[in-house]
Design a protein around this ligand. Sequence first.
Ligand code: ZN
Length: 254
Amino acid sequence: MLSTLRSWFTRPAPEFDPAWESILREKYAHWSILDTDELARMRMLTARFIADNDWEAAQGMKITTEVQVLIAAQASMLLLGLEIDEFFDVTSIIVHTSTVRLRGTRRSAAGTMSDGVQHLAGQATPKGPVVLSWSAVKRGALRPDAGENVTYHEFAHRLDMLDGITDGTPPLGSDEATTRWAAICTPAFERVQTGDSVLRNYAATNIAEFFAVATEAFLNRPDVLVVHEPDLYAQLRSFYGQDPAARLSRTTIA
Ligand SMILES: [Zn+2]
């Protein structure tokens, strides 16, 4: 699958600072439901993400340890079950205090175009920096039940972009897998467009947004997605190499 993109060289792993643990326990709800093996991999990925990226503050923001740790851990959640340890083309993270204000043209979920300053929770462009709103990052980490997570969303876009095309289909390794992916995702995307879906309406914007929003639901509301979109859930479970619904039920029962 993504193993062809694996780094060919080995580097000493950056250290996970034990002080980060209390930040994650307190402010990242998913951290407390990971098992021992998952935690070990997440600590490695989080430390590597922090070390590998340039961190830039915007709009009076200050890059603190908490900012780096919360963004790195949430981005790493997408890599948890993948065969890669990094997002490759991502080298820079820009963090704004609240909404990210960008000038440009944007198409809404309803299909209307608008010009001017956009207020966004985040933005991911191919090979560019990932831009995030700190208030949205914090909210997403603490409240998975709210469904939205800007960090999952923007880094899902970056996985989608790994093959050079932003089309809602990350690299899957074979034409057969890509055909199977389309056979599941296309009707699920059509259900969002007709309002017959548990995914939030923004998923109807285009197929790339569909994948990013579906990723948020897969990690945040897996118990809902597995019931209402079982085929889509199974595709995402297969791609991401993790089963958040099983993890959630294991935690709930325990
Ligand atoms: Zn998006």
